[in-house]
Design a protein. Structure first.
Length: 368
């Protein structure tokens, strides 16, 4: 039998590994020159907008909400079909998540539902580009402008994606990326926040590290409660070694996704992702299984065939923490159904077309 095929695997080249060793020998291993260089490279990708690095995408999201002034009594509209971090950060700042069900075709938040969910307490929209498929930025910012709302884009999965030819992060309000090991570009753990303008830079740096501002040779002041969310130089050096591959990684993901869509047997009754090769970063290739196939059994049998299958994600509002806050089953039927039967198939740049074919054949055997 051939090697186990995981649902994802980072591609880290030898020069990057050597570069990390150099950082480790340099005597400066936490936030320093590598972080500065990584932020500059990210800013370059984002049309020169200011970018600050974090030790997780979650931290970038939380600081994004705090920079937008979101807190107690405020409502933030988001999707129930995401990694739980998306909603957790809203609770973390003391605000209230308002979930709006997804469009079953895109699996992203339904923007018509967003308009209907806006109340006088709504302060911000927190959309997620699930699997790297961008939420419609024209409509999103149209709503935000008309209703005077802030936008914090959870672009954790859509780094390298674009909207009508413009790279995500190069326009808009606040944009958060994640560089977790499974994301399209990684620093092992890490994230970044794209800021609207330079006036946000100092407040952002304060919130990132204990609220501290230094001045002169020995000055230090703290006037706000900050976190401990700085990225290390070791991690930033990994990111610097990843960024030159971004375009090739994205192109490879798109080609593999296209191969899945060509090879997948449509008579099996699965719901396939939208065929977007212009905008999506193809962070994941996900199918919604037909009702007759319990997901746990599919995962088990694919594993027996040497293929890893992931679950991204169960609907957030059905977790015990959220049920305890009042949410219940039946409120967001699309997210609940998709969350209960979605399966993430292997997709990462180092995969071959033959790997895709192997996944398609195993899935066909199991689903037939
Ligand atoms: C990964 C992810 C996050 C959180 O990023 P971390 O770096 O793991 O903290 C947030 N939202 C979405 C949609 C994600 O996929």
């Amino acid at each position: 039998m051939s090697d186990f095929l995981p649902f994802t695997r980072p591609s880290i080249d030898e020069p990057t590994i050597a570069g990390v060793a150099e950082v480790l020998r340099s005597g400066w291993i936490t936030s320093g020159p590598q972080v500065k260089a990584f932020e500059a490279a990210l800013s370059h990708l984002c049309a020169g907008r200011p970018v600050r690095a974090f030790n997780s995408g979650t931290a970038a999201l939380e600081v994004g909400l705090r920079l937008a002034g979101i807190g107690a009594g405020d409502e933030v509209i988001t999707t129930p079909l995401s990694w739980v971090a998306t909603a957790n950060v809203i609770l973390e700042v003391g605000a209230r998540p308002v979930f709006v069900d997804v469009d079953p075709r895109t699996r992203n938040i339904d923007l018509e539902g967003v308009e209907a969910a806006i109340t006088p307490a709504t302060r911000a929209l927190l959309p997620v580009d699930l699997a790297g498929l961008p939420v419609d930025r024209d409509r999103l910012y149209g709503i935000a402008r008309a209703r005077r709302l802030r936008v914090l884009e959870d672009a954790a999965q859509s780094f390298g994606a674009s909207w009508n030819g413009r790279t995500l992060g190069s326009f808009g309000d606040l944009v958060a990326f994640s560089f977790h090991a499974n994301k399209n570009i990684t620093t092992a753990e890490g994230g970044a926040l794209v800021l609207p303008d330079e006036s946000y830079a100092v407040p952002c740096e304060k919130l990132r590290l204990q609220g501290v501002v230094r001045s002169g040779e020995d000055g230090m002041e703290v006037d706000v409660l900050g976190g401990k969310w700085n990225l290390t130089d070791v991690a930033a050096r990994i990111g610097l070694g990843q960024l030159p591959h971004l375009d090739a990684f994205t192109a490879r993901r798109r080609a593999l996704a296209r191969h899945y869509l060509v090879r997948w047997d449509r008579s099996l009754g699965c719901e396939l992702p939208p065929e977007d090769y212009a905008n999506s970063s193809w962070h994941m290739f996900q199918v919604v299984l037909p009702e007759r196939m319990p997901r746990a059994e599919f995962i088990r049998r694919m594993r027996e065939a040497g293929i890893g299958v992931g679950v991204h994600y169960p609907a957030i509002h059905l977790f015990a923490l959220y049920r305890a806050l009042g949410w219940r089953a039946g409120q967001f039927p699309h997210a609940e159904r998709i969350g209960g039967s979605i399966a993430t198939l292997p997709l990462f740049p180092a995969m071959s077309e033959a790997d895709v074919e192997r996944v398609c054949e195993a899935a066909k055997r199991i689903l037939s």
